[in-house]
Every structure is written in C-alpha cells, then in structure tokens.
Write a protein that binds this ligand. Structure first.
Ligand code: IPM
Ligand code: MG
Length: 353
C-alpha cells in the first residue's frame, strides 16, 4: 500500500506525524505501508518555487493514496496567486480528478459539551456531507480582476456541466443507500442558473434510486437548519463552494473543526485524505494542535482506498476510547479532563491500538 505523505504547512507536519505513527502501528497486523514524503503548498514554494512540484505530482500519481496535512500561511498571501499554497491543494485535487469529497460530521458523545450548541441538539448526530471538489466557481473561467471604465472589477464563473453533476449525484445516492436512505441536495436555484441545472439533474438521477428519499434545500436555509436541527440530515450533497462553507459550519456541531476528517476520491477509489481544518499558523510548532481529524482521515483511507474496514474501525474505536478516557487537546478541552498536546494524544491512541 503506497502512500504519498504531504505534510504541508503550519500544523500540517505535527498532525500528519501522529497519523503516520498510527498507520505504522498497524504494520504488526500484517499490513504493509510504503510511505513517502513530498512537498505541497508553502513549503514547496520555499524549497522549489512551485506550489505543486513535478516530483510531488509524480509520487501522488503513482501512490495508491495521499495523506495530507494542511497548506497555507499568511506569509504567502501577498504572492502572485499561482504561488499561493492553496493553489497547490486545488491543483492536486484537479490533477488526480478527486471530484468526490466526503466529509463525515459525527459527534462523539464524549464531546457533547465541547460544542457551542446544546447537547440535546447534537447528541446522536451523524451526517455525511458530500462536496463536489473539482468544479464550480473554484475552477470556472473566466476569472480575474480587470479594469473596466475607471475602476477595477473582480469576477469568477460559477459553472457545472451536467456530467459533473451526474457523477457526484450518483456517489451521493449510493452513499445514502448505505446509510439512512435520505439525501438532501443543497443549491441556490431561486437565484443562480448554474444551481438550477444542479437541482434538475439531481431529480433526473433520483429516478435510478427509488429507495432514497430526496429533498432539496436552498443553501441559506441549509446553513440555518444545520444549527437549528442538524439531526434532520443524513447525507447532504452540494457544490464545491457551498460544501466548503457548510462543512466548516457543520464541524462545530462536533465540538471542534479539529475533529473532522475527509476523503477526496476519484472514480477508481484513489483518494486524498486530509483533515478539513487549515494550517492554523497561530498554533503551529507548539505541539497543541488536535491530531484526531488527521488520524480519522487515515482511517478513512484504510476504508475507502485499501478496503480494510476492520483496521479503519480499530482506529476509530481507539479515538473513541481516548475521548472516553478524558484525553483532550486544547480545542476540545473541558474542566476535569486531561489536557494533552499533539504528540501525547498520538501516544494515547497508540496505547489503545
Ligand atoms: C478546504 C479548504 C480549502 C478549500 C482551501 C484551503 C483552498 O478550505 O479544504 O475546505 O477551500 O477547499
Ligand atoms: Mg474549507
């Protein structure tokens, strides 16, 4: 099992190190991982001048899966756009055709009081957000900032082809079939033509999945419903930009954005696995970041790319166990719990593995 390890920037290397230790610990179960590091994002710009160097592209293409930390840092924000770390992330997603981004939003009951929402609103929460990842306004052309008359105008293009909508809709309906057979498609069809097409195509695809109950929600309402009554949702499917925003919002239902893993898949179960959080430069290098989202991303890798369900469950159970035992990084800390750093949290997981 060949894994490209792209630790990236900020807290990326610290959280990825813990996920790597967890994977290595599984080697004793007869699994064998070949893990090779490469540069992506700001660290790649510093070392090579490129956000997504050719060597990284080659390794990521050859590997079965990619484990990623995070990219970005304020020192890069004034560089030309093509040299900004985020472009490296977008480029690798596009290059590997990772159009299906799965972001499970499940609450560990131990963290019910760590969320800013009331426990009764979130206890039992288990949502899967499916975000389309290689289209939409993120990649649409034309884009830019231009002079028009005597002032600058900024513009981007929100665009989806029906084939792009169809393939993500199939993924979403099939995911719903394996869960509680409920799919909510989120759009803004009351204003945007692009998402009217999204809405219409999802309805067409629904005919192939009569066992799944399909509903539609406008994105502004969805943002509100996620806070009002998040347990009404089973699977949510939406476009790239709405999915970006709603998944950050939803992460807080679980107590911290430091808890949410993700899988970005192509049509052949090749995957890139990363926490949904960013590089958090303010806490980088301090050994305080929560590594659980990255560790849980490694579990998703075992499940989706390597078909090792039992090993994935073992990691997830260990995470549950350390939370039951009271280990908390500062983002999910509550009085009476044992506050630990990034590496100590890794130690606790290894103990339970
Ligand atoms: C995410 C991130 C990225 C995105 C950024 C870092 C480019 O916010 O994975 O959600 O917008 O997709
Ligand atoms: Mg985001």
């Amino acid at each position: 099992m060949k894994i490209a390890v792209l630790a990236g920037d900020g807290i990326g290397p610290e959280v990825v190190a813990q996920a790597v230790r967890v994977l290595e610990a599984l080697t004793s179960d007869g699994m064998k991982f070949e893990m090779e590091p490469a540069l992506l994002g700001g660290c790649a710009v510093d070392a090579t001048g490129k956000v997504f160097p050719e060597a990284t592209r080659k390794l990521a293409t050859e590997a079965d899966a990619v484990l990623l930390g995070a990219v970005g840092g304020s020192q890069y924000d004034s560089l030309p756009r093509e040299q900004r770390p985020e472009q490296g992330l977008l480029a690798i997603r596009k290059d590997l055709n990772l159009f299906a981004n799965l972001r499970p939003v499940a609450l560990y009951s131990e963290l019910a009081n760590a969320s800013t929402l009331k426990p009764e609103v979130i206890l039992g929460l288990d949502i899967l957000i499916i975000r389309e990842l290689t289209g939409d306004i993120y990649f649409g052309e034309p884009r830019g900032i231009k002079w028009h008359d005597d002032q600058r105008v900024g513009f981007n293009t929100m665009i989806y082809s029906e084939s792009e909508i169809r393939r993500i809709a199939h993924i979403a309906f099939q995911a719903a079939q394996k869960r509680n057979q409920k799919l909510c498609s989120v759009d803004k069809m009351n204003v945007l033509e692009c998402t009217q097409l999204w809405h219409d195509v999802v309805i067409e695809i629904a005919k192939e999945y009569p066992d799944v109950e399909l509903s539609h929600m406008l994105v502004d309402n969805a943002a509100m419903q996620l806070i009002r009554n998040p347990k009404q949702f089973d699977v949510i499917v939406t476009g790239n930009m709405f999915g970006d925003i709603l998944s950050d919002e939803a992460s807080m239902l679980t107590g911290s954005i430091g808890m949410l893993p993700s899988a970005s898949l192509n049509d052949k179960s090749k995957g890139l696995y990363e926490p949904i959080h960013g590089s958090a430069p303010d806490i980088a290098g301090k050994d305080v970041a929560n590594p659980l989202a990255t560790v849980l991303s490694a579990a998703m890798m075992l499940r989706y790319t390597f078909n090792q369900e039992a090993a994935a469950v073992r990691i997830e159970s260990s995470v549950k166990k350390v939370l039951t035992e009271g280990y908390r990084t500062s983002d999910i800390y509550q009085p009476g719990m044992k506050e630990v750093g990034t590496r100590e949290m890794g130690d606790a997981i290894l103990m339970n593995l």
